[in-house]
Design a protein around this ligand. Structure first.
Ligand code: FEO
Ligand code: CA
Ligand code: CA
Ligand code: CA
Length: 617
């Protein structure tokens, strides 16, 4: 493997200072445009977004959802100025969504059906056509590609869990359809032109007040409440069909038409969407495992070799996974029109692995099959009777084989120059007693980025820590990468390479050490250029740390997430999630409900160079 390959790109901007503004900050010579904020109508069915929160659930189903997260740009006819933006909507701010926050009755139960429908419709994914003219991007309203997938959209499901006994519900007695996608956080895309949306904190939307199954206990389905109380519509509960009752998966013992115990089995997956075909269904690809998927990225694509996907489970002490397709890649599949059939070929059959990081920089991908050996000398067949059951409790299976508990795995990115894989480990302040080589800091409030390179065998890899987030004044134990004011960061989360080999790092800052200095940010670095004399990749350290440059700072209260690029590398798309007020300057009429000073709107930001040239150089 030639790790000596280096990107030739040269970062051509000066690292910018941290900022705490209610605005976005970009380097000199760049401009930023706000596009497609929450509530932007996709078509004429929806009313324009109303600053008083009065838009209906129906409006919301035909408009951009809330809390933009992962994102990808799909060109139409290869165009850098005309394409489809796919945007995840991770969760909601109930205060901002409704005129005066969520309506509650005296028992603190939710009473307004349309509010709950609006909340469900504000989740999911948007596909929207956008066009650029003279450097300005616009949403193409009423375009036939425009569509929403919400927490209520009917979807297909495939792979090992596509099994009637696991998915039979009142909604789908045949057990072949599932409803909705929830908490769509990071994303991916495929070499064959489809979008991947990742279901992250879905367990919080379900409740089981009775006896929980092993997988429900392991993933943490709550025994008392759901995140937004959708299961708990007092007074209307019996009149409304399974639209809301489905979130209570307690085994009732009632007749089959009221038994929702399988509802959550349809959640926790990588979901494939063909943005180019507006007649296609989303398909949940269960072979890639069931956990809190943060993102999903494919490894280096090689003709005649399997397709590989990486995905992290974002929770404290959870694991990193990879999926390897059974069949080998054929480049002709990149150009087929039946993209979801290609998806079935590469994503429905394969082997799921979980990572074990050993002390000496060696790593092992532990397969998760029934025959896999467990730590205590048995096999996974001692616990699981079939692959469907194993996938349903992926994290439980990973426990048994001895995977390494990580500091909250978030996004992964693959260097196009040499195939090295990077994954953000955002933070873990609950690591109070036991470190391991790959997660070496106690009370890891600032996070790190781990890197690995695949070995010759599918089960071997080598790894190191590329960079540790830290405040510049952190002790040597904390600031291990020698960061300084112009690149100190915490809580790396969004991560992507562009086609030239620049790696972009976005933060979702939980560390007080850094929030005093700056809002969340995005940095850039070209890792393949950091090599030693023998051509081995280097980590960030006090000798080379200036290679890591701050490119962008977000507005108050927001996390910076979602990364996409136009094919010409002239336009960088990112998302501003959960801003405090922003971008209120666009609309002076946004008056406050309850505790907000203005009604904030997550939105996409498009960054361009003023001269129209390539970003970052
Ligand atoms: Fe939704 Fe792990 O960030
Ligand atoms: Ca994230
Ligand atoms: Ca995060
Ligand atoms: Ca988030």
């Amino acid at each position: 493997k030639n790790m000596a390959a280096r990107s030739k790109v040269k970062l051509g901007f000066d690292s910018i200072a941290g900022a705490k503004l209610d605005a976005v900050v970009v380097p000199k010579g760049y401009s930023a445009q706000v596009l497609a904020p929450w509530g932007t109508p996709l078509n004429d069915l929806a009313q324009e977004w109303q600053a008083d929160g009065s838009n209906t659930a129906f409006d919301q189903a035909n408009s951009l959802g809330m809390h933009h997260d992962g994102m990808h740009y799909f060109p139409l006819n290869g165009s850098a100025t005309d394409g489809l933006l796919c945007i995840n909507h991770e969760y909601i701010d109930q205060q901002a969504l409704h005129p005066a926050g969520p309506t509650q009755d005296s028992h603190n139960l939710r009473t307004i059906i349309d509010e709950v429908r609006k909340e469900i419709n504000a989740h999911g994914v948007t596909i929207v056509r956008i066009k650029q003219t003279n450097g300005i991007w616009e949403v193409v309203k009423n375009d036939s590609h425009n569509r929403r997938f919400t927490g209520a959209t009917t979807m297909d499901i495939s792979g090992p869990v596509a099994d009637k006994t696991l998915l039979e519900t009142p909604f789908s007695p045949a057990g072949d359809k599932v409803r909705g996608t929830l908490n769509n956080c990071g994303n991916g895309y495929t070499p064959w032109g489809t979008y991947l949306t990742c279901e992250e904190n879905w367990p919080g939307y379900f409740v089981n007040t009775g006896t929980q199954t092993a997988d429900q206990q392991r993933i943490g389905i709550d025994a008392n409440n759901t995140r937004y109380g959708w299961d708990d519509l007092t007074g209307v509960r019996d009149e409304i069909d399974d639209e809301f009752k489905r979130f209570d998966i307690t085994k009732t013992g009632k007749n089959a038409s009221e038994d929702y115990r399988n509802e959550a089995n349809g959640h926790g997956y990588i979901v494939e969407i063909d943005p180019y075909n507006n007649q296609s269904s989303a398909i949940k690809r269960t072979a890639l495992g069931r956990f809190r998927h943060e993102g999903c990225v494919f490894g280096q694509v090689v003709e005649g070799k399997p397709i590989v996907f990486y995905s992290g489970h974002d929770s404290r002490f959870e694991y990193i996974y990879k999926f390897v397709s059974d069949v080998d890649w054929h480049a002709a599949d990149a150009k087929r029109d039946d993209r979801l059939a290609v998806g079935a070929k590469y994503m429905d059959r394969g082997t799921l692995y979980v990572a074990r990081f050993d002390d000496n920089g060696a790593g092992y991908w532990l397969p998760l099959t029934l025959a896999s050996k467990t730590k205590n000398g048995g096999t996974l067949a001692d616990t699981f009777t079939d692959l469907a059951g194993l996938i349903l409790n992926t994290a439980g299976a990973a426990d048994l084989v001895g995977a390494t508990p990580m500091d909250r795995p978030e996004w992964a990115a693959v260097d196009p120059v040499n195939g090295a894989v990077y994954m953000t480990l955002t933070n873990n302040t609950k690591r109070t007693t036991e470190t391991n080589a790959a997660n070496p800091r106690l009370n890891n409030s600032t996070g790190h980025i781990i890197r690995w390179q695949e070995g010759d065998d599918a089960e071997l890899f080598s790894w190191d820590v590329f960079v540790f987030g830290a405040p510049e004044d952190g002790t040597a134990e904390v600031n291990r990468s020698g960061l300084e004011a112009l690149n100190q960061f915490a809580s790396p989360d969004g991560l992507a390479f562009d086609a030239r080999g620049i790696m972009w790092i976005q933060t979702d800052n939980g560390a007080p050490e850094l929030t005093e200095y700056t809002n969340d940010q995005m940095l850039a670095v070209v890792p393949s250029q950091l090599t030693n004399d023998s051509g081995d990749l280097e980590t960030i350290n006090s000798d080379n740390q200036t290679a890591l440059k701050r490119f962008f700072v977000g507005p108050n209260g927001a996390e910076v997430t979602g990364l996409a690029f136009s094919p010409a590398q002239t336009d960088l798309f990112l998302n501003i999630q959960h801003p405090k007020n922003w971008p209120h300057s666009n609309d002076a009429t946004m008056e406050t409900p309850s505790n907000k000073t203005v009604r904030p709107r997550a939105a996409t930001v498009i960054i361009r160079k003023n001269d129209g040239g390539e970003i970052g150089v």
